[in-house]
Design a protein around this ligand. Structure first.
Ligand code: PLP
Length: 390
Protein backbone atom coordinates (compact mmCIF):
# COMPACT_ATOMS: atom_id res chain seq x y z
CA UNK A 1 0.00 0.00 0.00
CA UNK A 2 1.17 3.52 -0.77
CA UNK A 3 -0.50 5.86 1.70
CA UNK A 4 -0.94 9.36 0.29
CA UNK A 5 -3.81 10.71 2.37
CA UNK A 6 -1.98 12.26 5.32
CA UNK A 7 -4.26 15.31 5.41
CA UNK A 8 -7.15 12.96 6.24
CA UNK A 9 -5.19 11.25 8.97
CA UNK A 10 -1.72 9.91 9.68
CA UNK A 11 -0.24 6.66 10.95
CA UNK A 12 0.10 6.78 14.72
CA UNK A 13 3.90 6.77 15.23
CA UNK A 14 5.24 3.68 17.09
CA UNK A 15 6.86 5.88 19.77
CA UNK A 16 3.50 7.60 20.30
CA UNK A 17 1.74 4.26 20.82
CA UNK A 18 4.53 3.19 23.18
CA UNK A 19 4.17 6.39 25.21
CA UNK A 20 0.41 5.87 25.49
CA UNK A 21 0.35 2.19 26.49
CA UNK A 22 1.20 2.54 30.22
CA UNK A 23 -1.73 4.94 30.60
CA UNK A 24 -4.11 2.16 29.57
CA UNK A 25 -2.48 -0.48 31.76
CA UNK A 26 -0.64 0.36 35.00
CA UNK A 27 -1.08 4.18 35.09
CA UNK A 28 -4.84 4.26 34.73
CA UNK A 29 -5.51 6.63 37.63
CA UNK A 30 -7.87 9.56 37.37
CA UNK A 31 -5.77 12.77 37.24
CA UNK A 32 -8.14 14.36 39.78
CA UNK A 33 -7.42 11.68 42.40
CA UNK A 34 -5.19 12.30 45.42
CA UNK A 35 -3.35 8.93 45.48
CA UNK A 36 -0.13 8.48 43.59
CA UNK A 37 -1.42 6.61 40.53
CA UNK A 38 -3.72 9.59 39.98
CA UNK A 39 -0.87 12.01 40.49
CA UNK A 40 1.15 10.11 37.86
CA UNK A 41 -1.64 10.71 35.34
CA UNK A 42 -1.90 14.37 36.30
CA UNK A 43 1.82 14.84 35.88
CA UNK A 44 1.73 13.18 32.45
CA UNK A 45 -1.18 15.40 31.35
CA UNK A 46 0.67 18.53 32.42
CA UNK A 47 3.91 17.46 30.76
CA UNK A 48 2.01 16.92 27.52
CA UNK A 49 0.34 20.31 27.94
CA UNK A 50 3.72 21.99 28.40
CA UNK A 51 5.18 20.33 25.30
CA UNK A 52 2.16 21.16 23.14
CA UNK A 53 2.20 24.78 24.33
CA UNK A 54 5.89 24.92 23.35
CA UNK A 55 5.08 24.05 19.72
CA UNK A 56 3.31 27.40 19.28
CA UNK A 57 5.18 29.48 21.86
CA UNK A 58 2.19 29.51 24.23
CA UNK A 59 1.99 29.13 27.99
CA UNK A 60 1.00 25.78 29.44
CA UNK A 61 -2.16 27.19 31.03
CA UNK A 62 -3.36 28.51 27.67
CA UNK A 63 -3.88 24.98 26.29
CA UNK A 64 -7.28 23.29 26.76
CA UNK A 65 -7.64 19.69 25.63
CA UNK A 66 -10.64 18.80 23.48
CA UNK A 67 -11.86 15.70 21.63
CA UNK A 68 -10.23 16.89 18.39
CA UNK A 69 -10.15 19.72 15.89
CA UNK A 70 -13.90 19.80 15.30
CA UNK A 71 -14.61 20.32 18.98
CA UNK A 72 -11.94 23.03 19.28
CA UNK A 73 -13.40 24.89 16.25
CA UNK A 74 -16.97 24.62 17.57
CA UNK A 75 -15.91 25.79 20.98
CA UNK A 76 -13.89 28.77 19.75
CA UNK A 77 -16.68 30.14 17.59
CA UNK A 78 -19.66 29.43 19.83
CA UNK A 79 -17.95 30.59 23.02
CA UNK A 80 -16.53 33.80 21.53
CA UNK A 81 -19.98 34.53 20.12
CA UNK A 82 -21.68 33.89 23.44
CA UNK A 83 -19.11 35.73 25.54
CA UNK A 84 -19.06 38.86 23.34
CA UNK A 85 -22.72 39.25 22.48
CA UNK A 86 -22.78 42.58 24.31
CA UNK A 87 -20.13 43.89 21.87
CA UNK A 88 -21.66 42.66 18.65
CA UNK A 89 -22.92 39.79 16.54
CA UNK A 90 -20.71 39.92 13.47
CA UNK A 91 -18.13 37.26 12.58
CA UNK A 92 -15.76 37.16 9.60
CA UNK A 93 -14.50 33.90 8.10
CA UNK A 94 -13.67 32.55 4.64
CA UNK A 95 -15.44 30.46 2.02
CA UNK A 96 -12.76 27.76 2.17
CA UNK A 97 -12.86 26.82 5.86
CA UNK A 98 -13.36 23.25 7.01
CA UNK A 99 -16.98 22.32 7.71
CA UNK A 100 -16.19 22.38 11.45
CA UNK A 101 -16.05 26.17 11.01
CA UNK A 102 -18.56 26.68 8.20
CA UNK A 103 -21.32 24.59 9.75
CA UNK A 104 -20.74 26.23 13.14
CA UNK A 105 -21.14 29.63 11.42
CA UNK A 106 -24.43 28.43 9.89
CA UNK A 107 -25.53 27.36 13.37
CA UNK A 108 -24.67 30.80 14.74
CA UNK A 109 -26.48 32.54 11.88
CA UNK A 110 -29.65 30.71 12.88
CA UNK A 111 -29.17 32.17 16.34
CA UNK A 112 -28.98 35.77 15.23
CA UNK A 113 -25.28 36.21 14.37
CA UNK A 114 -24.16 37.62 11.05
CA UNK A 115 -21.27 36.03 9.21
CA UNK A 116 -19.22 37.45 6.32
CA UNK A 117 -17.59 34.74 4.20
CA UNK A 118 -14.50 36.17 2.49
CA UNK A 119 -13.66 35.20 -1.09
CA UNK A 120 -10.31 33.77 -2.04
CA UNK A 121 -8.30 34.22 -5.24
CA UNK A 122 -7.47 31.51 -7.83
CA UNK A 123 -4.78 30.18 -5.48
CA UNK A 124 -7.01 30.13 -2.41
CA UNK A 125 -5.55 33.19 -0.65
CA UNK A 126 -7.82 35.75 1.04
CA UNK A 127 -7.61 39.43 0.15
CA UNK A 128 -6.50 41.59 3.09
CA UNK A 129 -8.26 44.64 1.62
CA UNK A 130 -11.53 42.71 1.47
CA UNK A 131 -10.99 41.59 5.07
CA UNK A 132 -10.38 45.14 6.25
CA UNK A 133 -13.44 46.40 4.38
CA UNK A 134 -15.57 43.69 5.98
CA UNK A 135 -14.70 44.79 9.53
CA UNK A 136 -17.59 46.59 11.26
CA UNK A 137 -17.98 48.19 14.69
CA UNK A 138 -19.90 45.07 15.79
CA UNK A 139 -17.33 42.55 14.50
CA UNK A 140 -16.33 40.27 17.39
CA UNK A 141 -14.25 37.58 15.70
CA UNK A 142 -12.14 36.84 12.65
CA UNK A 143 -11.60 33.13 11.98
CA UNK A 144 -9.26 32.23 9.11
CA UNK A 145 -7.62 28.84 8.69
CA UNK A 146 -3.82 28.58 8.83
CA UNK A 147 -3.59 26.15 5.93
CA UNK A 148 -6.32 24.71 3.76
CA UNK A 149 -6.90 20.98 4.10
CA UNK A 150 -7.71 20.41 0.43
CA UNK A 151 -5.40 22.61 -1.59
CA UNK A 152 -2.71 23.25 1.04
CA UNK A 153 -2.68 27.05 0.60
CA UNK A 154 -1.25 29.02 3.54
CA UNK A 155 -3.15 32.15 4.53
CA UNK A 156 -1.42 35.44 5.54
CA UNK A 157 -1.90 34.75 9.25
CA UNK A 158 0.60 37.36 10.55
CA UNK A 159 -1.04 40.16 8.53
CA UNK A 160 -4.52 39.10 9.65
CA UNK A 161 -3.31 39.00 13.27
CA UNK A 162 -1.88 42.52 12.99
CA UNK A 163 -5.11 43.87 11.52
CA UNK A 164 -7.25 42.14 14.14
CA UNK A 165 -5.05 43.51 16.91
CA UNK A 166 -5.21 47.03 15.45
CA UNK A 167 -9.01 46.88 15.34
CA UNK A 168 -9.36 45.18 18.73
CA UNK A 169 -11.01 42.07 17.29
CA UNK A 170 -10.31 38.51 18.44
CA UNK A 171 -8.53 36.28 15.91
CA UNK A 172 -9.00 32.51 15.76
CA UNK A 173 -7.17 30.22 13.37
CA UNK A 174 -7.98 26.61 12.55
CA UNK A 175 -4.42 25.28 12.45
CA UNK A 176 -5.39 21.59 12.28
CA UNK A 177 -3.39 21.08 9.05
CA UNK A 178 -0.45 23.30 10.00
CA UNK A 179 0.23 22.49 13.67
CA UNK A 180 3.45 20.48 13.96
CA UNK A 181 4.10 20.72 10.21
CA UNK A 182 5.40 24.28 9.90
CA UNK A 183 6.60 26.82 12.50
CA UNK A 184 3.82 28.70 14.33
CA UNK A 185 4.38 31.32 17.04
CA UNK A 186 1.11 32.72 18.37
CA UNK A 187 2.64 35.89 19.83
CA UNK A 188 4.49 36.86 16.66
CA UNK A 189 1.43 36.13 14.55
CA UNK A 190 -1.10 37.88 16.81
CA UNK A 191 -3.25 34.77 17.13
CA UNK A 192 -5.71 34.74 20.08
CA UNK A 193 -7.25 31.29 19.65
CA UNK A 194 -5.94 28.29 17.73
CA UNK A 195 -7.31 24.80 17.06
CA UNK A 196 -5.17 21.69 16.56
CA UNK A 197 -5.73 17.93 16.34
CA UNK A 198 -3.30 15.12 17.22
CA UNK A 199 -4.18 12.65 14.47
CA UNK A 200 -2.82 14.95 11.77
CA UNK A 201 0.70 14.74 13.25
CA UNK A 202 1.06 11.01 13.88
CA UNK A 203 -0.84 11.19 17.16
CA UNK A 204 -4.04 9.39 18.16
CA UNK A 205 -7.52 10.26 16.93
CA UNK A 206 -10.10 11.93 19.17
CA UNK A 207 -7.77 14.34 20.95
CA UNK A 208 -7.05 17.94 20.11
CA UNK A 209 -6.73 21.29 21.76
CA UNK A 210 -7.82 24.88 21.77
CA UNK A 211 -5.22 27.52 22.58
CA UNK A 212 -6.84 30.48 24.34
CA UNK A 213 -4.67 33.54 24.99
CA UNK A 214 -4.54 34.55 28.67
CA UNK A 215 -7.15 37.13 29.54
CA UNK A 216 -9.68 36.17 26.87
CA UNK A 217 -13.17 35.69 28.21
CA UNK A 218 -14.56 32.43 26.90
CA UNK A 219 -17.58 30.51 28.14
CA UNK A 220 -17.07 26.87 29.12
CA UNK A 221 -17.62 24.22 26.49
CA UNK A 222 -19.10 21.62 28.84
CA UNK A 223 -20.52 21.88 32.33
CA UNK A 224 -19.58 19.28 34.91
CA UNK A 225 -16.41 18.70 36.91
CA UNK A 226 -13.67 21.27 37.23
CA UNK A 227 -11.30 19.76 34.64
CA UNK A 228 -9.37 22.03 32.24
CA UNK A 229 -9.69 24.88 34.72
CA UNK A 230 -13.50 24.71 34.66
CA UNK A 231 -13.65 25.30 30.93
CA UNK A 232 -14.01 21.78 29.55
CA UNK A 233 -15.51 19.34 32.03
CA UNK A 234 -15.03 15.57 31.86
CA UNK A 235 -12.34 13.14 33.01
CA UNK A 236 -9.27 13.75 30.87
CA UNK A 237 -8.44 11.38 28.00
CA UNK A 238 -5.07 10.65 29.60
CA UNK A 239 -3.70 8.16 27.02
CA UNK A 240 -4.85 10.47 24.22
CA UNK A 241 -3.27 13.52 25.82
CA UNK A 242 -0.01 11.65 26.44
CA UNK A 243 -0.08 10.49 22.81
CA UNK A 244 -0.70 14.05 21.61
CA UNK A 245 2.25 15.22 23.75
CA UNK A 246 4.52 12.52 22.31
CA UNK A 247 3.37 13.36 18.77
CA UNK A 248 4.05 17.06 19.35
CA UNK A 249 7.56 16.35 20.67
CA UNK A 250 8.24 14.08 17.69
CA UNK A 251 6.88 16.69 15.26
CA UNK A 252 9.16 19.37 16.71
CA UNK A 253 12.19 17.07 16.46
CA UNK A 254 11.66 16.17 12.83
CA UNK A 255 9.86 19.27 11.52
CA UNK A 256 12.71 20.68 9.48
CA UNK A 257 13.84 17.45 7.78
CA UNK A 258 10.27 16.23 7.31
CA UNK A 259 9.17 19.47 5.65
CA UNK A 260 12.26 19.55 3.43
CA UNK A 261 11.75 15.95 2.29
CA UNK A 262 8.04 16.43 1.65
CA UNK A 263 8.63 19.67 -0.28
CA UNK A 264 11.13 17.94 -2.52
CA UNK A 265 8.80 15.01 -3.21
CA UNK A 266 5.84 17.37 -3.64
CA UNK A 267 7.60 19.51 -6.23
CA UNK A 268 8.95 16.44 -8.03
CA UNK A 269 5.43 14.97 -8.23
CA UNK A 270 3.90 18.28 -9.33
CA UNK A 271 6.58 18.70 -11.99
CA UNK A 272 6.11 15.21 -13.43
CA UNK A 273 2.30 15.41 -13.46
CA UNK A 274 2.35 18.82 -15.13
CA UNK A 275 4.74 17.75 -17.86
CA UNK A 276 3.45 14.22 -18.46
CA UNK A 277 -0.33 14.45 -18.12
CA UNK A 278 -2.09 16.89 -20.46
CA UNK A 279 -5.12 19.03 -19.49
CA UNK A 280 -4.45 19.20 -15.79
CA UNK A 281 -4.34 22.11 -13.36
CA UNK A 282 -2.50 22.46 -10.07
CA UNK A 283 -4.88 23.70 -7.38
CA UNK A 284 -3.59 25.86 -4.54
CA UNK A 285 -0.70 28.30 -4.32
CA UNK A 286 2.53 27.03 -5.85
CA UNK A 287 4.84 28.33 -3.10
CA UNK A 288 2.62 29.35 -0.16
CA UNK A 289 1.57 25.77 0.36
CA UNK A 290 1.84 22.99 2.93
CA UNK A 291 5.00 20.91 2.36
CA UNK A 292 3.10 17.68 1.69
CA UNK A 293 0.11 18.86 -0.36
CA UNK A 294 -0.46 18.12 -4.06
CA UNK A 295 -3.89 18.84 -5.57
CA UNK A 296 -4.72 18.53 -9.27
CA UNK A 297 -7.80 18.76 -11.42
CA UNK A 298 -7.81 16.57 -14.52
CA UNK A 299 -10.22 17.64 -17.26
CA UNK A 300 -12.73 15.03 -18.53
CA UNK A 301 -12.22 12.81 -15.48
CA UNK A 302 -14.47 11.78 -12.63
CA UNK A 303 -12.49 11.99 -9.37
CA UNK A 304 -14.29 9.06 -7.75
CA UNK A 305 -13.39 6.72 -10.64
CA UNK A 306 -9.82 7.90 -10.42
CA UNK A 307 -9.68 7.09 -6.70
CA UNK A 308 -11.17 3.62 -7.17
CA UNK A 309 -8.66 2.79 -9.90
CA UNK A 310 -5.77 4.12 -7.81
CA UNK A 311 -7.01 2.02 -4.89
CA UNK A 312 -6.90 -1.06 -7.13
CA UNK A 313 -3.19 -0.33 -7.54
CA UNK A 314 -2.74 0.02 -3.78
CA UNK A 315 -2.61 3.82 -3.78
CA UNK A 316 -4.66 5.67 -1.11
CA UNK A 317 -5.48 9.25 -2.08
CA UNK A 318 -8.47 11.54 -1.83
CA UNK A 319 -10.68 13.61 -4.10
CA UNK A 320 -11.22 16.38 -1.58
CA UNK A 321 -11.56 16.36 2.18
CA UNK A 322 -12.36 13.03 3.81
CA UNK A 323 -15.48 14.53 5.32
CA UNK A 324 -16.99 15.31 1.92
CA UNK A 325 -15.97 12.15 0.09
CA UNK A 326 -19.06 10.05 -0.39
CA UNK A 327 -21.08 13.16 -1.18
CA UNK A 328 -21.79 14.09 -4.78
CA UNK A 329 -21.43 17.82 -4.20
CA UNK A 330 -18.22 19.24 -5.59
CA UNK A 331 -15.77 20.60 -3.04
CA UNK A 332 -16.69 24.08 -1.77
CA UNK A 333 -12.98 24.92 -1.71
CA UNK A 334 -12.46 24.11 -5.39
CA UNK A 335 -15.59 26.08 -6.34
CA UNK A 336 -14.33 29.02 -4.25
CA UNK A 337 -11.05 29.15 -6.21
CA UNK A 338 -13.10 29.43 -9.39
CA UNK A 339 -13.21 25.89 -10.75
CA UNK A 340 -16.27 24.84 -12.73
CA UNK A 341 -18.34 21.99 -11.28
CA UNK A 342 -16.96 19.46 -13.76
CA UNK A 343 -13.36 20.55 -13.05
CA UNK A 344 -13.95 20.30 -9.31
CA UNK A 345 -15.31 16.77 -9.79
CA UNK A 346 -12.11 15.70 -11.51
CA UNK A 347 -9.76 16.54 -8.67
CA UNK A 348 -7.21 14.48 -6.82
CA UNK A 349 -5.55 15.30 -3.49
CA UNK A 350 -2.29 13.60 -2.60
CA UNK A 351 -0.86 14.41 0.82
CA UNK A 352 2.59 13.11 1.70
CA UNK A 353 4.41 12.02 4.81
CA UNK A 354 8.13 11.80 5.53
CA UNK A 355 7.86 8.05 4.94
CA UNK A 356 7.09 8.41 1.23
CA UNK A 357 9.83 7.90 -1.35
CA UNK A 358 10.72 9.07 -4.84
CA UNK A 359 10.15 5.52 -6.12
CA UNK A 360 6.59 5.71 -4.83
CA UNK A 361 6.11 9.03 -6.62
CA UNK A 362 7.38 7.44 -9.86
CA UNK A 363 4.98 4.53 -9.45
CA UNK A 364 2.08 6.92 -8.78
CA UNK A 365 2.85 9.01 -11.88
CA UNK A 366 3.06 5.94 -14.12
CA UNK A 367 -0.23 4.56 -12.81
CA UNK A 368 -1.90 7.96 -12.93
CA UNK A 369 -0.90 8.44 -16.57
CA UNK A 370 -2.50 5.14 -17.54
CA UNK A 371 -5.63 5.62 -15.44
CA UNK A 372 -6.24 9.16 -16.69
CA UNK A 373 -5.77 8.01 -20.30
CA UNK A 374 -8.15 5.07 -19.77
CA UNK A 375 -10.84 7.22 -18.15
CA UNK A 376 -10.56 9.82 -20.89
CA UNK A 377 -10.98 7.09 -23.54
CA UNK A 378 -14.36 6.34 -21.96
CA UNK A 379 -15.41 10.00 -21.79
CA UNK A 380 -17.74 11.35 -24.51
CA UNK A 381 -16.71 14.88 -23.47
CA UNK A 382 -13.08 14.09 -24.14
CA UNK A 383 -14.00 12.57 -27.51
CA UNK A 384 -15.90 15.75 -28.47
CA UNK A 385 -12.98 17.86 -27.27
CA UNK A 386 -10.46 15.92 -29.36
CA UNK A 387 -12.73 16.14 -32.43
CA UNK A 388 -13.04 19.89 -31.89
CA UNK A 389 -9.27 20.14 -32.14
CA UNK A 390 -9.63 18.84 -35.72
N1 PLP B 1 -10.10 21.61 10.52
C1 PLP B 1 -9.36 21.19 9.48
C2 PLP B 1 -8.67 22.21 8.63
C3 PLP B 1 -9.22 19.84 9.20
O1 PLP B 1 -8.48 19.44 8.18
C4 PLP B 1 -9.89 18.90 10.05
C5 PLP B 1 -9.82 17.45 9.76
O2 PLP B 1 -9.82 17.02 8.64
C6 PLP B 1 -10.64 19.38 11.13
C7 PLP B 1 -10.72 20.74 11.33
C8 PLP B 1 -11.34 18.45 12.08
O3 PLP B 1 -10.44 17.83 12.94
P1 PLP B 1 -10.82 16.49 13.72
O4 PLP B 1 -10.81 15.40 12.70
O5 PLP B 1 -9.76 16.31 14.74
O6 PLP B 1 -12.16 16.70 14.34
Amino acid sequence: MIYLDNAATTRTAPEVVEAMLPYFTENYGNPSAIYSVGATSKKAVNEARRGIAGVIGAKQEEIYFTAGGTEADNWALKAVAESNIHKGRHIITTKIEHHAILHTCKYLEKRGFEVTYLDVDRDGVIDLGQLEAAIRPDTILISVMFANNEIGTLEPIGEIGRLAREKGILFHTDAVQAFGQIPIQVDELGVDLLSASAHKLNGPKGIGMLYVRTGIKLSSLLQGGGQERNRRAGTENVPGIVGFGAAAARAMNIMEQKAAKERELRDYLIGRIETEIPYCRLNGHREKRLPGNVNFSFSFIEGESLLIMLDMKGICASSGSACTSGSLDPSHVLLAIGLKHEEAHGSLRITLSEENTREEMDFVVEELKQIVAKLREMSPLYEDFIKSLG
